[in-house]
Design a protein around this ligand. Sequence first.
Ligand code: IVH
Length: 671
Amino acid sequence: MNSSIEKEIESLRQKILDHDYRYYILAQPTISDGEYDRLMHRLQELEKHHPELAAPDSPTQRVGGRVTKEFPTVTHAVPMLSLSNTYSEEEVRDFDRRVHDTLGAAPFHYICELKFDGIAISLRYEDRIFVQGATRGDGIQGDDITQNLKTIRSIPLRIRPVRSAPRTLEVRGEAFMKRADFQRMNEERQLAGEKTFVNPRNSAAGTLKLQDSKLVASRPLNFVSYFLRSDDMELTGQFENLKLLHSLGFPTSEHSQTCRSIEEVIAYWQKWEQQRDELPYDIDGIVVKVNSLRQQELLGAVAKSPRWAVAFKFASRQAETPLKAIRLQVGRLGTITPVAELEPVFLGGSTVSRATLHNEEYIRELDIRIHDIVIVEKGGDVIPKVSGVNKEKRRAGAKIFRFPDTCPECHSKIFRFEGEANYYCENSDCPAQVKGRIGHFASRGAMDIEGLGEAVIDQFVQDGLMKNCADLYDLHDRRENILSLEGWGEKSVQNLFTAIEESKTRPFSRVVYGLGIRHIGTSIAQLLVDNFITIEQLIAATETDLQSLQGIGPQIAESVVRFFADQHNIRIVHRLKAAGVQLLEKKKHVRPSQQFSNKNFVLTGTLSSMTRDEARQRIESQGGKVVSSVSKNTDFVVVGADAGSKFEKAKTLGIPLLDEQKFLNMLQNES
Ligand code: IVH
């Protein structure tokens, strides 16, 4: 065995684990993502060539790989109890009274924590190494999901070597998904025609149950710890345990708090009831724990829950209410979305009278019928949705909803794309689509035209003043018509014209977004104009050109090409151009740098850290140029693996050669 390789491997592992800790636990990274990737890459390479040096706690294990058929069962060393729930001040005061009664005159205090709405898991460490992770299961036995848990970056694979730290221990906590990550993931799944998850909690639960840990690695799971058990040292209290967990490298919540009276507990609950939406993840209450472990022992447990802790839950954001009708809404892309008309119900701070039902399949799967008593749910920042039915309360008259076969707005045929759940109206002149497209063009993220709201668009479309977004820029010819409409006067017309005029200064990316091409959000629009800097270039782009950009897959590429293949859209683009709308990217982000500026680069062979296209972009972004063949005018040749004749030619001409590392250093120095 080569001991210098062994040393390098161990040093890389230690470094990476250390950077994980800085990034995930301290939130203070000290190296760039690129440098981190390079360390990981090097470690992967070494482990590949020296399989005998593989180790279960190597950070390379985070990528997953092993596919299991069934999870083995694990018996918990100490049962994983659950908490009894309280919902009111009165109930929580009862809990406090019981604690006082048992502990007598002895002083004590509580630790209040957030109640994370995720999945409880247990992690076992032996000799500082993560050896087994399990679900709670029935509290006595759970599933061994070690491989899946290894992919969660905030779960340490090794305990940090702090002085007098326990080496063998069990940590419990919650695996969860942040709301933003959940939403992003769901959007991607929808685009890919896959089933979406109902909420972050279900999403975390579904992910942990996957048998393919590679898939788990691709999902954005997090972990927070709140329990520690070890025979290696004397533990004293929950607060001390949380501190110790943090120093051992486990993520803990920064919002845990010592409370010296039940009044303070109630104040903590009130604070988080109000501020819960500001957290990036869901919580469904707080957990109140007697701090001292000795006192916890004195209090003991009843049945399945301890008497030293209680959950103090928030009022539910779920409610039951009758479903009066199902209305169909037609969007700008022709999507027909069923919307539930509800008997108004007070939910999470506001009255809800409408909620989305997503699509026909969703209604069928949940077996939702008109006049049913449905369950409405409201999350932190999502629109209300119907999440279920109370079937026990189903009335005899409840009617199954039949999706029509024509558009509810224009009565044209409706259709479905293969593998998609949504129905679409096929008529692009459908008034609902027309209004939706103009509304999108005028919206804040696009051309941001003040005063052109839904009602005005309805009025203008109805009166035949406009059919598409290009018509907006001809409205000045219809001044008299507008003035004759109800609610319009000289001043309001002038304001609208000024706002329309002003929209001509919006950057190209906003226009591209405003065109309303399917699947093109603001960030993809930006990516497009960064690479195709005029509308002509974008129109001419083929699916292959588009797909060569990182972040653009076949679906988006096809959608862009299809949009510009439609002559109707091309005519609109020409009219926008004639009106003076920005159809080219003015500032190309070039940051000229000494080593790159006006230099000719040739790329040959394969780079391991980036694609050829990325390399080209990075060279160009610093003012360099990439040319295809080597000549005496070439300044540098970047040589990747398996380089061919260009490499030979560069050597004969004596052109400076850059291997991947040198090239990366050069980029690094400049950025
Ligand atoms: S302590 C005996 N602390 O709530 C103590 N649990 O109903 C049990 N939970 O299964 C756990 N946040 O999934 C504890 N800060 C927290 C928690 C928490 C969420 C969950 C956990 C547990 C359930 C108990």
